[in-house]
Design a protein around this ligand. Structure first.
Ligand code: FE2
Length: 303
């Protein structure tokens, strides 16, 4: 496996398809000065500053980090990595993690506008109480396996999810499933219903006032299946479509090949959005439960 000075790179303990990238203290120390150059408002208002941050991270590795991350995320055999500080110190606060996440994202591609927050990223809490209209913040419900960007016009090649902090958390593990590990993939992929367009809408909190049309399954350049699916947003118009979605949902949730993992605080999971599905196990009930997440979704740079 690749070596980069100041980084520990290894296979995830539960899946050969997920690569762990741990950033040593010496690198984090070196990031403090360049990261202090911009505050969060500057990052939000001036897109070029995000590239400046990303460059400062990549320069520390002689551009090896961007090469590694891009090769992992585009490779069908892997397509996912978890990156974060090896050790969490008091210097790594939430602003530092926003900047680190921004840097990582901008070494892979361009972030999409996140309509939920009106920014290039979204920070949100999962807590005991929730009045929202989607499963995103419902702590005690399983968040079923899905891909992102199913109901928007923008291309969503990848997604990044950073755990900013959490307290009083039991359960709530990340669930991941690679299409090539999924027992029912061939069966569902070969069903013609899945290859025809569905309508996709979204609830009010997402701030998207249009609907899109696309199939659940498509084919990549090598003839391999790609999926764009989430349980809540397709609008079946026929019995065949309804039955197909039910079969798909059941087939995903009953899979024995999900990777269930606890994302460390301060770490980001970055996944290819065409052949990895992601979800979350329910939390154990606790009135003081709190988890803060940051997400960025985007497209690859076009080279
Ligand atoms: Fe998601």
């Amino acid at each position: 496996m690749e070596t980069i000075k100041g980084f520990e790179i290894s296979k995830h303990e539960k899946s050969k398809r997920i690569i762990n990238i741990k950033i040593a203290d010496e690198i984090l120390e070196k990031l403090i000065f360049p990261f202090n150059k911009f505050n969060i408002t500057a990052l939000e208002y001036k897109p070029f500053t995000r590239f400046t941050l990303a460059k400062s991270l990549d320069d520390l590795t002689f551009n090896k980090l961007s090469k590694l991350m891009n090769s992992i995320i585009r490779d069908r055999a892997t397509g996912c990595f978890i990156i974060g500080p090896k050790n969490i110190s008091s210097k790594i606060d939430d602003n530092f993690l926003v900047k680190l996440s921004t840097s990582i994202a901008h070494l892979i591609g361009n972030p999409n506008h996140d309509s939920m927050t009106g920014k290039y990223y979204a920070r949100f809490f999962v807590k005991h109480e929730d009045k929202s209209d989607s499963y995103l913040r419902k702590a005690y419900t399983n968040m079923d396996l899905h891909t992102d960007g199913t109901y928007v016009n923008e291309i969503t090649d990848w997604l990044l999810m950073t755990k900013i902090e959490e307290h009083n958390v039991e359960g709530g593990e990340t669930a991941m499933l690679h299409l090539d590990d999924w027992e029912h993939c061939k069966d569902l992929f070969n069903d013609p219903v899945g290859r025809k367009n569905f309508f996709w809408g979204s609830p009010k909190s997402k701030n998207i006032d249009y609907k899109v049309e696309h199939p659940v399954f498509s084919v990549d350049n090598n003839g391999k299946p790609q999926i764009s699916y989430i349980d809540q947003f397709p609008e079946p118009k026929t019995m065949a479509q309804g039955n197909f979605l039910q079969k798909l949902s059941d087939g995903l949730e009953e899979s024995k090949n999900k990777v269930i993992t606890k994302l460390p605080v301060g770490s980001a999971i970055v996944a290819n959005n065409y052949f990895w599905l992601h979800g979350r196990k329910p939390f154990k009930e606790n009135e003081d439960l709190s988890r803060e997440l940051l997400r960025i979704r985007g497209s690859f740079f076009i080279n």
